[in-house]
Design a protein around this ligand. Structure first.
Ligand SMILES: [Zn+2]
Length: 164
């Protein structure tokens, strides 16, 4: 690489400032994750109710892991729980999530993790709708949404279960 000739002072200032712009981002966070996604997926954080991107979303599509992009939930299993978090009565496939006992904060809950990358998604409760009785209470920030209009191939029952 050639050495740079003298640059205009303004450009030099911009170049000097550039690294500082990203400084507040925690160094342990993967560059691909937003601060909110990192907080939920990797620090087991919980977003504030009614604050996320998907609690009031009704568009058909699939919800993938915000980190490894595994398909976790389907919009056809989503329901309005009134809690302010996206809620599903079941995962897209039972093998796509892992359920782990969580005794933090003096409560006994069941944590829902991405089975592939271990990312924290939320919790599952037994007060869901009659279809399954379960309420998967999931952080929007742990998910990315892929609308059906962008899905390369439509889902078929019995297909796509060979990944695990
Ligand atoms: Zn994942």
């Amino acid at each position: 690489m050639k050495t740079l000739p003298a640059l205009p002072a303004l450009l030099l200032a911009v170049l000097a400032e550039a690294p500082g712009v990203a400084a507040p981002v925690p160094t342990t966070r993967a560059a691909s994750l937003s601060a909110d996604a990192w907080h939920c997926l990797r620090m087991k954080g919980t977003e504030r109710p009614f604050s996320g991107a998907f609690w009031d979303q009704h568009e058909p599509g699939v919800y993938r892991c915000g980190d490894c992009r595994t398909v976790l939930f389907d919009s056809k299993h989503k329901f309005d729980s009134g809690t302010g978090w996206p809620s599903f009565d079941r995962p897209a496939a039972s093998a796509s999530v892992r359920l782990v006992a969580d005794r933090s904060y003096g409560m006994v809950r069941t944590e829902v993790q991405c089975a592939r990358c271990g990312g924290h998604l939320g919790h599952v409760f037994d007060d869901g709708p009659a279809t399954t009785g379960q309420r998967y209470c999931i952080n929007s920030a742990s998910l990315v949404f892929v609308p059906d209009s962008l899905r390369p191939e439509p889902p078929r029952p019995g297909k796509g279960k060979g990944r695990s």
